[in-house]
Design a protein around this ligand. Sequence first.
Ligand code: ZN
Length: 321
Amino acid sequence: MAKKKNREIDARDYYKCPVCSNCRLWRTIPRKVGGQVAECSICGHLTLWPLPNEKEVLSQYSESAFLIAKNVGIALFDHQAFDLLKKYDKRSNLHVLDVGCGLGEFLRKCIQEKHKATGIEVTKNIVNQLQSEGLDVHNKTLSEFRNIQQRYDWVACLDVIEHIRDPMTAIEVLAELVNEKGFLVIQSPNGDAIKAYREKAYGLQVDKEHLNYFSPEQLIRLFELNGLTFVCKKYYPASTLTGRAKVSSKNKYNNSSPMPNGGHTYRSNIAPDKIRSLMEKMPARFRGILRSSAQVLRYIGSIDEILKGKAHGFIIVMKRH
Ligand SMILES: [Zn+2]
C-alpha cells in the first residue's frame, strides 16, 4: 500500500477522472497514435488525457462519409451482440434502439429478424443516407435524446462508449432508456488489456478517437448502480477482420490534426488495404467465408487472452428486471 502511495501523482491542475472525479493518477501510458492514457489512482479508470472538449469530440464525427461497409460479406461473429441478446430474450416484435448506430448494420439485422429498430448517430451524412433507405435514424447525441419518453426493449451501444467524453452521463441515460423487461448490450475495448499490455496493447496502437477504456467489471458495476442486473460477459480478440465496419471520409488518419487523438478521419478497419482490395473483387458470399475463417483463426490465436480476461474487447449484456 505504501509503495502505491509513492507512485501516486497529484495532477489536480490538469487531470480529473471522468468516472470518480479524482485528481490523482497512478501512471500515464503513451498511446502510439497520440496522447497519453491516464490511470486513476482511486477507481483505476483509463482516460485519454488531456481530453479534447465536447465540440472537438463531436467535430470528429461531423464530416465522415459513407464508405465501404456494405457488402463486406457477413461472417461468423459479425452479429455477436445480436446473438447474445437473442439468447437471453426470445421475444419477437421488440423495439430496439442502437445508440451510435454507425452504418446501420445492427439496425438492419434487427429489422431482418422482425424487430422494430431506431438508431441515433452524430454523423449527419450517415443519418441522411440511412433515412433515405427508410431506416428510423435520428441525428442526435445521447444527451439530446434523453428527454424523450420512449423506453426500449433492447438498447445497444456497440463500440461507442469509449468515444464519449462524459461516460457517466452516457451510462445513466443508457440505463434509463431500457424498459421494465428490457436488455442492454454494450461492446467496448477492454481496459484490462491496456493495463496488462500497456504500450503494446492493440488498442493503444490503433485507437485514435477513443477517450475512455473500461474494464468489463467496472462497466457492469456502473450499470448496476443505475439499476440494471448483470446477464453475461464475453471477450473477443483484436482483429482487423472482425467487428463492425468503421466509417471514414478519407480512409486514412489525419496526422496533422491538433486533436490529441488525430482528428476526425478514421480508417475502415475491415482488413489491410491489399487484402481488402482483393476481397472487394469477390462475391459477397466468398468474402463472408474468408472473413469467417480469419475470425476463427483470430479466436484460436487469442484463447489465452480470452481466458485471462485480457482480450482486446468485450461485450456485456445487462437487464432491467
Ligand atoms: Zn477514477
